[in-house]
Design a protein around this ligand. Sequence first.
Ligand code: ZN
Length: 452
Amino acid sequence: MIKHQVCGVFSLGKMVSVLALGFALFLSSASYAADITNIRVWRAPDSTRLVFDLSDAVEHKVFPLKSPARLVIDIDDAQIKAKFDELDFAGSPIKQLRYGKRGNDHLRVVLDLKSDVKPRSFALVKHGDKQDRLVIDLYDANTETIKTVAKVTENASGKRDIVIAIDAGHGGEDPGALGPRKIREKDVVYKISQQLAAMIDAEPGYKAHMVREGDYYIPLKSRRNKAREVRADLFISIHADAFKNPKAKGASVFALSRSGATSETARFLASKENEADLIGGVSGVSLDDKDEMLAGVLVDLSMTATLASSLNVGERVLQQVGRVTRLHKRQVEQAGFAVLKSPDVPSILVETGFISNPEEANKLNTYSHRKELAEAIFGGVKGYFNDSPPAGTLIAYKKGGSSILRHVIENGETLTAIALRYNVSVDAIIATNELRNPTIRIGQILKIPIGS
Ligand SMILES: [Zn+2]
């Protein structure tokens, strides 16, 4: 019987309950081993994720059909108990979802597609308050071979921007911490991240890169990799967490620890954040143990230097954040966050407050408080990079102008002539003075970056 097949993949405890259910089924012929209680869809830039919430684990099979393009999802011994007319397939390759019976008690779900997809599917086992789920990822076929090519953004002066990767925690399937009045961490931190990105992009010499660009889940390891792909100078993961005790309050800044977490809360939060992959789905397997191995190999190569930078920038961010909100701890804490384990990109994780604390949840829900937080974070980041700008960046170049001369423009002078006279480039003069256009006027005072 199909139920026994299903049992094969279960733990003993689960097997007993399924057997009991199987017995119940024997009495009522209209029952199924599993109900699909909800269907949800998330669109990411290169893929679409469909999630079936299940009352119990199922066996399934996924295969594509051609002309017209379809994807068939066969689920054994299950029935749909969900409404899905409100599923929004906008921007996805799915035209519509329909289903029917296959044999007596099996289910066939068919996705009518607008374009070819590369499907991948896996089950997520029951975890915490999350029920069993079946995840179908549809990767857009045409983007399969397009690999993100790291481009260095150069500005007018020919000097590159400092790239800040901003990682809004959680997303899609994984809401993160939940606060009162249905405030969700994934939404709050996405808004803070967007505000931070806008500020960074508005600042000459800086460029923001949003790791997550919408409401979808990205595995923790991919988040780090995305930062490395754009050659980020800094990775900031933004969170707003929950603690068992609703009185827990205050913002914190974390860097990676190589050994144990520095506090009990740090340990607790790290385990919660790392849990995200179990909730958001990496085939039900946490990447954390593998990362530990990777970290072990790479640690002595560059981790030490990276960690020192992470602690330094973290310290400055913490200081600034402490001006706009309460702090949970007065120093940068260290814990084993999987998302921070880049060996070569300084990485910090900012807990902007406790969403489980009603007062802080209310504040995090306002635009003005989020703006203050974003400003504070960027303030700390700027302080750090002003002191130690990476070579080749506009910020380094501007800082290198310790030998800046002042030149008062006289009648008949041109930018080119001035540049030649001081042996600097026209671009350097334009960048140093932040000139919007290269026209100059008599009496104007120019800063000349000698030796640039
Ligand atoms: Zn979080």
